[in-house]
Design a protein around this ligand. Structure first.
Ligand code: FMN
Length: 421
């Protein structure tokens, strides 16, 4: 974690402070107090607290968590599931790994509360195989919680049964998309489903399912313990709470930091991350991971919260921020994004399968001095059709980094198309 006077340590309060393998240490820091409180309340009261808090999903879309829980709680079914999305495949994102390695019991407690709130007895943590230490720590936490009566049958004598299982994915970007994740968890090829139906109605095994990101979930015990009003005091009116940002690239202090939502990019890059690491000037910021927009320094004063960004057509994504200085090539950056999406497209729908391949080929032509100005136009048109016609958000966002790079750095593209690299 980056050290900074601007940092808050709410959801990261236990990271590097307690032994993540010891349930005794977790219990000493108010661990499982929120679950105990939950079990004295009605499920719908817990859903109300989460709705009142205004907590929004930290996995990328910023969807209100309490509303998702409300829909699942109010759908009748013989079985319901809660899933933690711990796939974390977004390049430059490593916040969930930090949380799982450093405070696994918080996540287990949060999932148990979610199960109680929506009426589910079974949860899964879907995590990529590369996250070996996280898997080990979560497995240990599940076993210790089971041995101590916090998971399993009749939790703390309440009559509520809930258990958790870890499901390990093979490390495919698209499997982080919630419906592809269900397919993968069901043992099938990880390809997104058409929505609707939405997961709260028909998710895993066709049953009502709540799926939340790791960071979203670890807010739950804090909100239950400290209340919705406490949570709403942090951040902005429509984006309450904190966010873990992960900074990489040409900054003096790369790493992860928990900050109130509404912090500006300028504060993040210059105050938290110590500015640009070289003698060069800031050139580009990519906001929100590989699917995020590539921005010029003109955007330094934007507020990093869901609504301020949405007004400008931008998204916070997973909170990954890539910073590049003047020595970096925008074309090479765009080409590497194109290569990534071409590799990760699942191939199910034509706009994404063919579009991501064409992006890579056209940018390859620009890099090797075999392009014309028409190619830029082609990339822009391609982007519009991918956004409008792809089946899932992977295809709908696979061109945004490239089209925004063309928008903000057109001169560089034009000069490359004339003289190549
Ligand atoms: C291609 C793609 C990859 C995604 N990867 C992740 C991921 O690794 N982790 C995650 O929590 N959400 C990911 N999402 C978002 C999920 O589909 C879903 O919105 C999220 O898990 C919901 O949780 P939240 O409401 O707590 O954010 C991804 C979405 C897409 C389109």
């Amino acid at each position: 974690m980056i050290d900074s006077p601007l940092a808050l340590r709410n959801i990261t309060r236990n990271i590097d402070k307690i032994d993540p393998e010891s349930i005794e240490e977790y219990l000493k820091t108010d661990g499982y107090e929120a679950l105990k409180k939950t079990l004295t309340m009605k499920p719908k009261e817990i859903v109300s607290i989460i709705r009142d808090s205004g907590l929004r999903g930290r996995g990328g879309a910023g969807y209100p968590t309490g509303l998702k829980w409300y829909f699942a709680a109010n759908t009748q079914s013989d079985a319901k599931y809660v899933i933690c999305n711990a796939d974390e495949g977004e390049p430059g994102t490593f916040k969930d790994r930090i949380l799982m390695e450093g405070d696994p019991f918080s996540l287990i407690e949060a999932l148990t509360i979610a199960g109680y709130a929506i009426g589910s007895n079974k949860g899964y943590i879907y995590i990529r195989d590369e996250y070996r230490l996280s898997i080990r720590r979560l497995q240990n936490a599940i076993e210790k919680a089971q041995q101590s009566g916090y998971l399993g049958l009749n939790i703390l004598g309440s009559g509520f049964d809930f258990d958790l299982e870890i499901s390990i994915g093979a490390g495919s970007y698209v499997c982080g998309e919630e419906t592809a994740l269900f397919e993968s968890l069901e043992g099938k090829r990880g390809e997104p489903r058409i929505k609707p139906p939405y997961p709260t109605e028909s998710g895993l095994f066709g049953k009502p399912t709540v799926i939340n990101n790791v960071e979203t979930l670890v807010n739950i015990p804090l909100i239950v313990n400290r209340g919705a009003d406490w949570f709403k005091e942090i951040g902005t009116e429509c984006s309450p709470g904190t966010k873990i940002f992960t900074l990489s690239g040409d900054v003096a202090r790369p790493g992860a930091i928990e900050l109130p939502l509404g912090t500006t990019l300028r504060e993040l890059i210059y105050e938290v991350a110590g500015g640009i690491s070289s003698e060069e000037k800031l050139k580009m910021i990519q906001l929100g991971g590989a699917a995020g927009h590539c921005l010029s320094p003109d955007y330094l004063d934007i507020s990093l919260d869901f609504d301020s960004l949405a007004v400008k057509g931008l998204s916070l994504g997973s909170g990954a921020i890539l910073v590049l200085d003047e020595s970096r090539s925008i074309i090479k950056t765009a080409y590497s994004l194109a290569k990534f999406f071409c590799h990760e497209s699942c191939g199910q729908c034509t706009p994404c399968r063919e579009g991501t391949l064409q992006q890579k080929e056209i940018l390859g032509r620009i890099l090797s001095k075999k392009s014309s100005e028409k190619d830029l136009e082609l990339l822009e048109r391609l982007s519009v059709s991918m956004v409008q016609t792809s089946l899932c958000p992977l295809g709908q966002t696979a061109s945004l980094g490239i089209s925004s790079a063309i928008k903000h750095f057109k001169e560089e593209f034009l000069s490359y198309s004339e003289r190549g690299i």
